[in-house]
Design a protein around this ligand. Structure first.
Ligand SMILES: *Cc1c(COP(=O)(O)O)cnc(C)c1O
Length: 495
């Protein structure tokens, strides 16, 4: 806390800087020590635990009017926030699809905030680093050096950015000036029935509407059915629509299925469609020696959405949209207001990074990504991806060897859909039983798994996108699922 300062002519001036830097330095050392302890002991804590009422109530405390010493503020955070995490940095967190963060990335986030630069653009080192990270991602995806890209909050934003460029490029009218009302024919986008929900949101905010996104059925491996896709495009053309874009998914959120990207690239070229790849889950397979072939064809895409906060484990948030045609990308978003004109030299002489997306002010997301890649080398991230795929296969093998458990969908990469079964139970009862297993696994702090429905079958779902997971964790999941399954079956038998 700082004391107000009096100037010679008696004006009082304040700042947010501390009055006593030594005090802040000591506290910061404490925070750092606690943070390192927190991370190195993560395995010893429960994955998740619910908050007691006192903790919940704490978050309805009144707007602070008067100061509180930073040490006290920190103690509140240490006691009320840090012990009740979502849990995704824990080795047995496998719900939905998250990354497990990393210490170096956290240091990067801290330093980014300390430097405090605004990555809207300009001539400074952080802006160059932002572009270097984009260059690295282009190289990983096999994109040409002339392509462009932008770091955004996550995969949803990355997909929206890319689909906006697709819409504007394929519209046939000047959408920026005239809006979607000027379209001579309604646009159609295509993706599989396994598409992530963010594409629906994208279609809605792009003014095209959910119905303009046709969901194409999938084959037995839950990949887009190419024959059905061709038929849908032909049908739409005949009916007076303008087919504009096909979205391939490299790793679906339900099961990790990877569409045939080579075939989609060729089909998009034949049909003159924009080819976008939602690579939020699987695009980074491209850096793995064993699995890179699974996403062959991604280098032919017009745009790719990447999610570094998933398989690169960047602390939230970090997503990235890459666009092959940099002019189309910039042409979709660039607006140069008079207060943001470039100058030949000086601070405003750099690239205006805000010309490649929707944000004007942008955080220094690149640093956390850059530091972790630099420290580990990209090959290590490739090995960690393969390690997760191996662990998912191992889990699949354990499930198949277990009479009381079954796989519900084929395992493509690191997502395992399975359920506990018990003879004589119908599908509704199985759903209740498995949901109860899932909730107890969470509440006992053992493991976080989620659930989904694949082709009408409810199942538990484990997505191993976690650099802390070990085989032993997977074995523990099997043991605990079996224990809870029989416990719950017995409970309902005695009631
Ligand atoms: C996670 C995910 C998204 C959305 O990404 P966010 O980073 O959560 O915004 C989009 N598509 C797929 C396939 C995903 O797995």
């Amino acid at each position: 806390m700082s004391a107000p300062r009096q100037t010679l002519d008696g004006v009082t001036e304040e700042t947010l800087d501390p009055a006593d830097w030594d005090c802040v330095r000591a506290l910061s050392h404490q925070v750092l020590d606690d943070a390192v302890d927190y991370l190195c002991k993560v395995r010893e804590r429960p994955v998740w635990r619910d908050m007691p009422a006192a903790v919940r109530d704490f978050f309805s405390s009144a707007l602070p009017r008067s100061p509180v010493p930073l040490g006290d503020v920190y103690r509140e955070v240490a006691s009320k926030v840090m012990p009740y995490p979502m849990g995704n940095i824990h080795p047995r967190f496998w719900s939905w699809y998250m990354g497990s963060s990393n210490y170096t990335g956290a240091v990067g986030d801290f330093l980014a905030a300390i430097q405090g630069s605004n990555l809207g653009g300009g001539n400074h080192a952080a802006a160059l680093m932002d572009q270097q990270v984009i260059d690295w991602f282009k190289e990983m995806m096999g994109f040409p050096a002339t392509a462009s890209g932008t770091l955004v909050s996550g995969g949803s934003m990355a997909n929206i950015i890319a689909l906006t460029v697709a819409r504007n490029t394929k519209a046939g009218v000047d959408i920026r000036e005239q809006g979607v009302g000027a379209l001579d024919k309604p646009l159609r986008f295509y993706g599989s029935d396994q598409l992530h929900s963010c594409h629906r949101k994208a279609m809605e905010v792009l003014g095209l509407g959910n119905l303009a996104l046709r969901r194409i059925p999938t084959d037995s491996g839950l990949r887009i059915d190419l024959t059905a896709l061709r038929a849908a495009i032909a049908e739409d053309r005949a009916a007076g629509f303008r087919p504009a874009c096909v979205i391939g998914t490299a790793g679906t959120v339900n099961t990790g299925a990877i569409d045939d990207l080579q075939a989609l690239a060729s089909l998009a070229a034949d049909e003159d469609l924009w080819f976008h790849v939602d690579g939020c889950i699987g695009a980074f397979l491209a850096i793995s020696r064993q699995s890179g072939h699974r996403v062959a064809g991604i280098e032919r895409a017009d745009s790719v959405a990447l999610d570094p906060h998933k398989w690169l484990h960047s602390p939230f948030e970090a997503g990235c949209a890459l666009v092959r045609d940099a002019a189309a990308h910039r042409g979709t978003f660039a607006v140069t207001p008079e207060y943001l004109e470039s100058t030949p030299r000086g601070l405003a002489s750099g690239v205006w990074l805000h010309d490649y997306g929707l944000q004007t002010s942008r955080g220094f997301r690149a640093l956390k990504i850059w530091m972790a890649i630099k420290e580990n080398g990209i090959d290590k991230f490739g090995r960690l991806i393969d390690q997760n795929i191996e662990q998912a296969r191992y889990l699949g093998a354990l499930i198949e060897a277990e009479p009381l458990m079954e796989l519900v969908a084929p395992i493509s990469i690191n997502i395992v859909c399975f359920r506990y079964r018990s003879s004589g139970l119908g599908s509704e009862e199985l759903k209740l039983l498995n949901t109860e297993i899932m909730l107890r696994l969470q509440e006992e702090g053992t493991a976080a798994v989620s659930d989904t429905t694949v082709r009408g079958e409810h199942c538990l779902r484990v997505a191993i996108n976690n650099h802390r997971t070990r085989r032993g964790d997977v074995e523990l999941l099997i043991r605990e699922t079996l224990r809870l399954g029989s416990e719950i079956v017995n409970e309902s038998a005695t009631h």
